[in-house]
Ligand binder design. Sequence first.
Ligand code: NAD
Length: 294
Amino acid sequence: MTKKIGFLGLGHMGAPMAANLVEAGYDVLAFDPVPAAQEQARADGATVVATAAEAAVGRDVVITMLPNGKLVLDVYAELLPAAAPGTLFIDSSTIDVADAKAAAALAVSAGHRPLDAPVSGGVAGATAGTLTFMVGGAEDDFADAAEILNVLGGKVVHCGGAGVGQAAKICNNMLLGISMIGLSEALVLGERLGLSHQSFFDVVSTASGQSWALTSYCPVPGPVPASPANNDYQPGFATALMSKDLTLAANALRANGIDGRLGELAAAIYQQFNQTDTGKDFSAIITAIRDRSE
Ligand code: NAD
């Protein structure tokens, strides 16, 4: 068993992930600049260090769970020279495919073994250790990371080479954003036409318009009792994060010359909603569609 882990980024996702690694018997050196995050990590049994670089010293594996690609690249500039050659670097942040490839190239040229391993499953999945990991990188490095990723996740998929884990993440979330908007427009149209939410659900959940957004995450209260709509749209998956992921997807569409009009539009719709939204779940987009309708 690989024992020594460095963990950077102890936020909503990183804190419970680091705690699960400690719980599973790993020796975790943790770093986050925020004092409250440091305190929580200490309480969870990690050893908190004073700088990012210290979290990489003498580690077999270094995991990052950071807000964006620029930070990942900045932090890698500190971590890579501090780590022993051959250290496995696992970045689980959701970042641009180009940034993921750049981070991987830097790690390789410093003599390390990089994987991009973004997740889905949210804070609940991070806490329960049931995240889905989408992994990009070399086959051997993936095999060496599998034990740790299986502590943190319920499903671990090797998607391809460097950056391809991030590609899977943005493709999935682009589709989810588009389907939530489409579903919400259909629900609001149904409201106008006298179709109750329950009747809509009863028909569409087993018809050809069925989607995960409807059957697991229904954006109106009632049909799916656990969905955020039943709890005044408390996240869940915050609008700000969906907006970020759709922006990454739209950038990738453009960078690769794809005619991705729905992806572009979904990014624009969520960017606009994110400017007015006050921390609501992304399924609250239905309230904006209703408000904008005559
Ligand atoms: P968060 O903002 O709660 O946590 C990020 C943490 O990184 C913060 O505690 C911050 O202080 C820390 N940080 C900033 N600079 C640092 C540095 N130089 N060194 C070490 N730590 C530093 O974000 P989160 O919700 O935990 O999300 C983390 C990543 O996971 C993001 O890329 C996000 O898109 C992705 N993600 C989040 C969710 C979710 O539901 N929250 C789901 C899937 C993926």
